[in-house]
Design a protein around this ligand. Structure first.
Ligand code: GCO
Length: 452
């Protein structure tokens, strides 16, 4: 597999109705963490705990999108980017999660939405990109079944205030990551651990996924509604029975756990019997509630995982073998650069019936960026994009369903536990003075999109 792919495509080769855009998330860019009566989120809180984040950094300021949104949206426009995916910070518009609405928060998102529309950029809004109001976490957060009512109310507030202009919605961002990293491993907010936190969280996220979808459809019937999933091809470490089984288990957890209940297939318990313990949280009627006919499914792919049987790993006896241990081409996140993974995941999701549209809602890479004479020549990222887009094109050409592609991400930003160490942007941010510099990858994306 060569990374220096011959790449002669333009965006038009994917069809004139293919959707192109960039993705972001509130906590990673907004900053203004306590401005204008915003409430505290679990990420505001988690980042205060020493040792949780690289160099104890936080998103208090981030890229200060809160004050730079016009500049950023104008830059986006100058780069021919037609669609902008961002998320709403729940605690900015409902500081305590339920109850009083903060009109200053509503105003901020109104300004962002209106400015996008003025610039001819379509807003794509994610309701939940991981920043739960702390007040709700203090009552158990996602482990508490009351989250269903809290989330429904939050969805209604968003639909009522923004639904007249926002016609593209995503309910959740990568539920396996916020449940797994946040409520099982404890490495993301809120830092909870263990099965007793993970399992109820999974079930409640599955319910909120579809309840959010249903609520939006009712209140904004003329909109396109989706939800997003992270996914990675899983490859057995060796072609032996036990490693193959380990890879299948990882596939179940990473790629199937949240999509299958949406499609009415229930939880994929066969390969990972521990998931049978979800029964404890399933109430009569839930099976039906879990399913929803989304207008599109967003998939987010960065890498593949090589998986090994490991006897001592509790519950699943499977372990991911890091890219650095395999001597493969990798990003700063220690994720293997493996373009066929995006093709294979498109293919895997195409095997499900009843997904009307499939959109790549994130793909991108973090590499060391250097500024020389005010330029950032990020050839590795550029090659990454080209080689992954080649694979998306291959899928399209073969007639697989694939309807859009959003790059992760527009500007460098706060990368969760990695802080500001790992930059993913098409645009470089100097975090000392908030200056933006379009990277080579950004310039390339601009010319690639020219005719879109
Ligand atoms: C997501 C991601 C983003 C990350 C990106 C790179 O799920 O949407 O976690 O927020 O920044 O995936 O890791």
């Amino acid at each position: 597999m060569s990374l220096h792919t011959d790449f002669n495509l333009t965006s038009l080769d994917f069809g004139s109705d293919f959707i192109w855009g960039v993705s972001t998330a509130a906590y990673q860019i907004e900053g203004a963490h306590d401005l204008n009566e915003k409430g505290i989120s679990i990420w505001d809180n988690f980042t205060c705990k020493k040792g949780t984040i690289y160099r104890n950094q936080n998103g208090n300021v981030a890229t200060d999108f809160y004050h730079h949104y016009k500049e950023d949206i104008l830059l986006m426009k100058s780069m021919n980017i037609p669609n902008f995916r961002f998320s709403i910070s729940w605690s900015r518009i409902i500081p305590n999660g339920t109850g009083t609405i903060n009109m200053k928060g509503i105003e901020f998102y109104n300004n962002v939405i209106n400015f996008c529309l003025e610039c001819d950029i379509t807003p794509w809004v994610t309701l939940y990109h991981w920043d739960l109001p702390l007040a709700l976490e203090n009552e158990g957060g996602w482990t508490n079944r009351n989250i269903i009512g809290w989330f429904k109310n939050y969805t209604e507030v968003c639909a009522r205030h923004f639904g007249d202009r926002v016609k593209h919605w995503m309910v959740l961002n990568e539920p396996i990551v916020f449940t797994g990293a946040g409520y099982f491993l404890g490495v993301h907010a809120p830092g909870k651990k263990g099965l007793k936190n993970f399992l109820p969280t999974v079930h409640h996220a599955v319910l909120c996924q579809s309840i959010g979808g249903r609520t939006l459809r009712q209140l904004v019937p003329d909109s396109t509604i989706g939800t997003t999933f992270s996914c990675s091809q899983t490859t057995p470490y060796k072609n032996t029975k036990k490693h193959i089984l380990a890879a299948q288990k990882a596939d179940t957890l990473l790629n199937r756990l949240f999509i299958e209940p949406v499609l009415g297939l229930g939880y994929p318990v066969k390969r990972v019997p521990i998931l049978n313990r979800l029964k404890k949280y399933i109430r009569p009627g839930d099976e039906l509630l879990m399913a929803f006919d989304f207008d599109f499914i967003g998939i987010q792919n960065y890498t593949r995982e090589v998986v090994k049987h490991h006897y001592f790993v509790p519950y699943i006896k499977a372990q991911i073998v890091k890219a650095s241990k395999r001597k493969v081409n990798r990003t700063l996140m220690d994720w293997e650069v493996y373009p066929p993974s995006i093709y294979n995941m498109i293919k895997q999701f195409n095997r499900y019936q009843n997904i009307p549209k499939l959109i790549i809602t994130e793909n991108g890479a973090s590499f060391e960026d250097q500024i020389t004479n005010n330029e950032v020549n990020d050839q590795k990222r550029l090659n990454y994009y080209k080689s992954y887009l080649n694979e998306v094109y291959k899928a399209k050409k073969e007639g697989l369903k694939i309807d859009g592609y959003f790059a992760w991400t527009f500007t460098d930003n706060f990368e969760w536990a990695e802080g500001y160490r790992t930059r993913f942007g098409l645009v470089y941010v100097n975090f000392k003075n908030q200056k933006r510099i379009m990277k080579s990858s950004g310039k390339w994306f601009k010319s690639f999109l020219r005719q879109a």
